[in-house]
Design a protein around this ligand. Structure first.
Ligand code: GLC
Length: 553
């Protein structure tokens, strides 16, 4: 099976290792308990040594932080808590000096309610051009339709209580997420114009691309019909609340937006990238990476497959097939800031549902098992062709914080669902850099989410000089990935007689992931190129332990 390329592999992003920085939690240079831009600059050498090609920065803009920065109040500046525009310029320059590209997060579905455009819209009153920038609707006595916010509660907020203007009686505005995140009206050409100028502003400063937040949500179905989930999304079963069909997802009109953006990016050269965050089926996702649209989409099927061999197999084959049709390479994603960290997911039975987050009263994972599997999966993944994402801390084997005190939780879902949904704070806890320093070297101020004592075991400094650490495993295997050019290779499945042992030949290397709970013997191999655990080799065979990932030859 060929991971088809559009023209050639020379465009950097087709094979890139992209590291996600979640700025609040990465590194705090001014000791206020929040990460910052200078913190990222200070850690560039670490990232270079890890072997990444690019950084994707989650939102760095001024924001009231109702949704950890995904509520942008000014698209043309840097959050003063994180630094200044000048520092951001310095970050771009210093990253480029080290051959590291910078991708930033564009949040086009909604802004912050504190953004001037929205405040002007409230002020200007019904039917004004200012209101037309957002999704205001008139409806007597009840919400205009039954849509529920993804963070809990209805997706509509009444306007009159905000403005105290009688003319606003029975007017509502739409927010697919929190009420502090009003949705833009993408039917309005002025919204298009605004985002084109936003793209140019950051491209002019030298960014290499954009990760597009909620890329499948910008356009809503004509007439805003009711959806089948209803207003209380979290009261229904997981398949429903995570469903990706409905009148606000994946409407055909979204593709025109990305074609328009592609033309803007192309003014700056074909190597500037657009990456889609679109939680859809592989076939639907592939439509976002057609030649005249985006460059990559996150392969979330891979992350959702957990420790289930058939699902992992499908999460490799289906996107390769679907993307092959449009000539785009596939990305491999194990974790991000919205899901339970991989090490923790793999420490549960595959059927565990942690879509609502994990708290101290929930069943706790087997940490050792989870880590072994995450390392196995990482080694296997690093051998796959295409591009790969690493979420900060993944290279340290960092677990989800499953025992976060509920009173410290900040994810809007926690409050908005009346404490039914714990949400995503557990994967956002500040990174441990030094085992023996206050707050594990993140910064000396109290961190915005508390770090558990066991984070010290995972600190980057203790892993740095330990050849057997997860960090050094990532460094070694990423280096081999590059040297052997596996990212430019193919997926050729090898049948080892057990569907739970995944085996792929790529450029002469046999990538193996033993997803069973016993060792497997693999014939006709003479050497171990890389592995997440001790593989015994001899007499032309290798014994790969349970939960282990290995590259054999
Ligand atoms: C995306 C982000 C998530 C955010 C949401 C609303 O899914 O990854 O963190 O809460 O969009 O912007």
């Amino acid at each position: 099976m060929t991971n088809v390329q559009r023209s050639d592999w020379d465009q950097w992003w087709r094979t890139a290792v992209i590291y996600q920085v979640y700025p609040r939690s990465f590194s705090d240079s001014n000791n206020d308990g929040l990460g910052d831009v200078r913190g990222v600059i200070n850690r560039l050498d670490y990232l270079q040594k890890l072997g990444v090609d690019a950084i994707w920065m989650s939102p760095h803009y001024p924001s009231p932080q109702a949704d950890a920065g995904y509520d942008v109040a000014d698209y043309f500046d840097v959050n003063p808590e994180y630094g200044t525009l000048e520092e951001f310029d310095e970050l771009i320059a210093q990253a480029h000096e080290r051959d590291i590209k910078i991708i930033i997060d564009i949040v086009p579905n909604h802004s912050s309610d504190q953004m001037k455009l929205f405040q002007d819209a409230l002020e200007a009153g019904p039917n004004s051009p200012e209101r037309d920038m957002y999704m205001f609707r008139f409806s007597e006595g009840k919400c205009p339709n039954n849509w529920g916010s993804l963070f809990g509660g209805p997706a509509w907020t009444a306007v009159e209580p905000l403005t105290n203007n009688e003319a606003d009686r029975n007017w509502w505005y739409l927010h697919l997420f929190a009420p502090e995140q009003p949705d833009f009206n993408w039917e309005n050409p002025k919204v298009h114009e605004f985002f084109r100028s936003y793209l140019r502003f950051w491209l002019d400063r030298g960014v290499d691309g954009f990760r597009v937040d909620v890329a499948h949500g910008l356009v809503k179905e004509e007439g805003l019909p009711d959806d089948k989930v209803g207003p209380d999304r979290w009261a229904v079963d997981p398949d429903e609340y995570t469903q990706t069909e409905g009148p606000f997802w994946d409407q055909p009109g979204v593709h025109d937006i990305y074609r328009e953006w592609r033309r803007v990016l192309d003014e700056y050269g074909r190597d500037r990238v657009l990456v889609a965050e679109a939680w859809l089926t592989p076939e639907r996702e592939a439509l976002y990476v057609r030649e005249d649209e985006m460059s990559q989409q996150f392969n979330f099927n891979y992350l959702e497959a957990n420790w289930n061999a058939e699902r992992v197999r499908a999460a490799i084959n289906d996107p390769i097939k679907a993307n092959g049709v449009v000539g785009a390479p596939v990305t491999w994603v194990m974790s991000n800031h919205d899901v339970v960290r991989a090490t923790t997911r793999y420490g549960y039975e595959p059927q565990m549902d942690y879509g609502r987050g994990i708290g101290v009263d929930d069943p706790q994972p087997d940490r050792e098992l989870g880590l072994a599997r995450a390392k196995g999966m990482a080694v296997f993944t690093m051998g796959l062709p295409g591009s790969m994402y690493i979420y900060q801390g993944e290279e340290l084997g960092l677990p989800e914080v499953t025992d976060l005190p509920d009173e410290s939780r900040q994810d809007p879902t926690w409050l908005r669902t009346g404490h039914q949904v714990r949400g995503r704070d557990g994967c956002r806890v500040p990174i441990p850099w030094e085992a023996d320093a206050p707050h594990f070297g993140f910064g000396t101020g109290d961190t915005w989410l508390p770090q558990p004592d066991y984070f010290g075991e995972f600190a980057a400094d203790v892993q740095d000089d330990d050849p057997a650490s997860t960090l050094n495993l990532y460094r070694r295997v990423l280096k081999l990935r590059r040297e052997l050019e596996l990212a430019k290779g193919d997926v050729e499945w090898v049948d080892l007689g057990d569907r739970s042992v995944l085996a792929i030949r790529n450029r002469g290397v046999l990538l193996v992931l033993n997803m069973t709970s016993r060792p497997v013997t693999i014939k006709d191999v003479t050497s171990v190129v890389a592995s997440s655990c001790d593989v015994v080799i001899g007499d032309g065979e290798a014994v790969v332990p349970a939960n282990c990932g290995a590259w054999l030859r």
